[in-house]
Design a binder for this molecule. Sequence first.
Ligand SMILES: CC(C)(COP(=O)(O)OP(=O)(O)OC[C@H]1O[C@@H](n2cnc3c(N)ncnc32)[C@H](O)[C@@H]1OP(=O)(O)O)[C@@H](O)C(=O)NCCC(=O)NCCS
Length: 219
Amino acid sequence: MITDLLAPPVSAFEVFGDPDTVVLFPEEEEHIARSVDKRKKEFTTGRHCARTALAALGYPPVPLLPGPKREPSWPAGVVGSITHCKGYRAAAVGRTSDVWTIGIDAEPNEPTPSGVLEAIAVPGELARMGELRASGDKVAWDRLLFSAKESVYKAWFPLARTWLGFEDAEVAINPDDGTFTARILVEAPVVDGVALDGFTGRWLAREGFVVTAIAVPAR
Ligand SMILES: CC(C)(COP(=O)(O)OP(=O)(O)OC[C@H]1O[C@@H](n2cnc3c(N)ncnc32)[C@H](O)[C@@H]1OP(=O)(O)O)[C@@H](O)C(=O)NCCC(=O)NCCS
């Protein structure tokens, strides 16, 4: 699924379970040692996906530790993103010479619990929800909106290095062509001479999941 959303020069890899043969580096083991089993599994398989995606770009296996805000730390010259939800794990990476930033997210294709949509959506997104629901009932549009906003945050954070709340971006999902756009509603930081004021991304709903992905080409 993820390779339907992200094409070379981005390298992406996904799995639908947790292989029991994956070995972590000692410092990764140390990081995750006191976590519950579910967390250990998603962290471990996420690293497996990331190292597999990196290998396709020619990078040898290295420890991928979380940074201060939980963002994955990549080898020099690499950007990337990791996602996991029940039954699905994926990672996507690219060389900084090709890609400015990446954000990916996967969620079950199921409606969000009561109250979540109101908590994460800005008025323009709420207004478009009826139109999205009228376009078809095979996609949990509220969950897709949530996923797109998480992808926005994962693409935003490594560049901006600041928090971006759900109320700080407005996402417009195109129900017909599998794309979405995000408009940043707070003052856009200028990174590498470019205002970080929005993103475009792609989405799909398949095999019980909604998956969203942003990969911004390097300038
Ligand atoms: C960080 C966040 C997006 C992760 O979402 P999640 O529900 O845990 O979803 P996933 O399982 O898909 O993703 C987890 C992965 O995200 C990555 N991640 C975590 N924090 C990150 C950050 N600050 N920047 C980039 N990636 C980050 C990590 O790789 C993590 O996996 P790992 O800990 O095993 O390495 C979420 O917890 C969060 O804080 N959301 C609030 C911010 C937000 O979404 N704002 C919306 C702006 S419109």
